[in-house]
Ligand binder design. Sequence first.
Ligand code: GLN
Length: 390
Amino acid sequence: MDPITELLAEVLEEIRPRDAGAPADYIPELASADPDLLAFSVVGPRGRVRSVGDDHAEFTIQSISKPFVLALALAEKGRDAVLGRVGAEPSGEPFNAISLEPVTGRPANPMINAGAIATSALIPGDDVDDRTARIVDMLSAFAGRSLWVDEAVYASESLTGERNRALAHLLKSHAVIDGPVDVAVETYFRQCSLLVTVRDLAVMAATLAFGGVNPVTGRRVVDERVARDVLSIMSSCGMYDYSGEWLLRVGLPAKSGVSGGLMAVAPSQFGVAAFSPRLDTHGNSVRAVALVEEASERFGMHLLEPHESVASPALSLHGDDTARVVRLGGELGYAGAERIVAILRDVAGGLPEDVPVTVDARELGRTHPGALVALRSEFEDLPNWIWLSE
Ligand code: GLN
């Protein structure tokens, strides 16, 4: 076992004894889940999938489908059209609440049921099969393998899903959804019934972490902007009425589902997923929450703590006192530009005025345009400085 997998296994065993909560039973088919199942997985930039526990157990994706269908809606319709039908505000209410804006009837956000039904209804297609096919294609691209629907769970939810049907009728009455209510709600039930493993969820999360490129298949699934929009909404709304405390404790965009799955995204670092069917009162998996919380602590994943890579871009000095070359690499942001300017001033101060200095910026990675302008303008009045860029 490699050291990272060992660490995952250690965290898994630490969390295993917790047995609070119970599997969801309002969808009868979910009540029969084995409550002891427990799995954990992480996928990094090179697409290596590490997983421990019941990592091949399949379960229905449920609400974790919501961010990916949102991604599809954003890709197909654009942000403004989506925001016209569903908001981006945390509801502070349970996932199945009637969180609709008073006058417009627009649901609070796409991560709760009302908002997710509105989002699904934006996916083009003539009927349930046609729309579901597009959704399945998108989610499969995120997972890097073909996903399919668990017909028993779908039938069970469709048979008992009167609350979601009522939500869909309310949306229709406010003209938030076009077309037949049945098509919208059955498409939503089918997307929730797609089968995944914890490994699939970690790959899907990783695809969001790397700006919409699946690190296992290498395929771009959605634009970087779409991935960013989805992560923004997951950050404030992904854990229902636990979203605020989750952000405080774990500091990562995340999404949970009532069958016990949970995924979280550490942008540019990795996707992580956990699975365990017993739920807390918010409808989040007790042990999956604990696993990701513990991992966030151990890996230092909280987004809002200082991260050095943006503040300290790579810089190396070459040449001698007759000619100097400064090579820049990595990401250049506001803080990095400030640091580089200070270092380059030092270099300049230690050299006679006529020694040429070349700043080689060809290996710079992602640059924030404002930082680059600030950096370049520093050197415009230095006569012997040469700026090399693509
Ligand atoms: N299919 C479930 C429902 O609509 C999804 C809810 C969830 O995972 N929180 O009730």
